[in-house]
Design a protein around this ligand. Sequence first.
Ligand code: GCU
Length: 404
Amino acid sequence: MFRFIPLHFLLSLHVFGAGLPDPLVMADGTPVTTAALWREKRRPELLEFFTREMYGRSPGKPEKFFSEVFDRDEKALGGKATRIQIAIYPAGKPAPRMDLLVYVPNGARQPVPAILGLNFSGNHAIHPDPGIRLTESWVDEKSSKDHRATDANRGSNASQWPVETILSRGYALATMYREDVCPDHPPYFEGGVQPLFPELQKGDDNFGNIGAWAWALSRSLDVLEKEPLLDSKRVAVFGFSRLGKAALWAGATDDRFAMVISNESGAGGAKLFHRGLGEDIARLNTNFPHWFAKSFRQYMGKDTELPFDQHQVISLIAPRPVYVASAEDDKHSDPEGEFASLQAADPVFELLGSSGLPAGKWPAVNTSTQGGNGYHVRTGRHDVTDFDWRQYLDFADKRLKKGD
Ligand code: GCU
């Protein structure tokens, strides 16, 4: 009997012929041919798979969750912005404490869209603004004393956070320090939020750092939802490198994020493992045993024959827009593998009504390709540059600011 086979399924046979697992085929072999089937069956199946086998299980919002605004300055940055600082106590006061720093451009006629991302070196490092509270968490900076932040650290990471540009383009910026969430240095799992959930440390699907960072991004969004200057339905979650891995997982697990930006997230982020290029699963789990669930270690040495791959994580975000960016010299992240991954997620985006990625092949350097999703590879090293931000803001103008 004649049976209609959708185009995206035929295309996927072609794309996935090379051994890449098809996001649109259920574990039992059933093809996923409708959006309803994806939403009701395949998406939950994949989400559970990646939770169990790779990123670990996260808690929800704890009962004792408490946040308080401890700073609100409407004349910050020379009057350009309102600076809001919020202390988040996931288990109530006094510890652990996670500080969310928010800048909102002044003068907007309506609630503005926002970009939310974790930072590497402390909130005080993203801008020299003396009003930013210095973190009390461990800092990894040459100029710090005994790993404690000092005024000398202010603005030390500012080149990766063009705050004024972001604000002038009409976006708010919200950020939190990775070490406020959980230690990213030994001894791991001591301090931070993980000890609050001892049950989640017991199994092989334990609550690792990537999971904890993604969870903290969701908790930050909980708090942003209460801020009337922001439109919390238009929040893009952003992250660089390990924090890009967390941003993708946050977008996959929390559909309140309207858009996801992955800046050189590499292995365990956007990059495909199947190509066997760049950082592999063995290296990831050996050098960073605290990032993923213990169950992920069973795949060490099996990168090219995995039953899953990272395009399926990206597909969990569909149809919400995703921008993936690579840097030419960042071989560790296999730039072309990051592109191939986003492209291989296309059939899911298309099934759900997004146009996905326009580029058929890996685009030339320093050229941004933007449709339903976006991608660029720029010249240079592993970093976040003004070029990167320009593309993100242009993409967000089209995909997030719509309706302004
Ligand atoms: C290391 C690690 C990467 C990670 C990067 C970072 O290089 O191997 O996987 O993305 O750190 O977070 O800066």
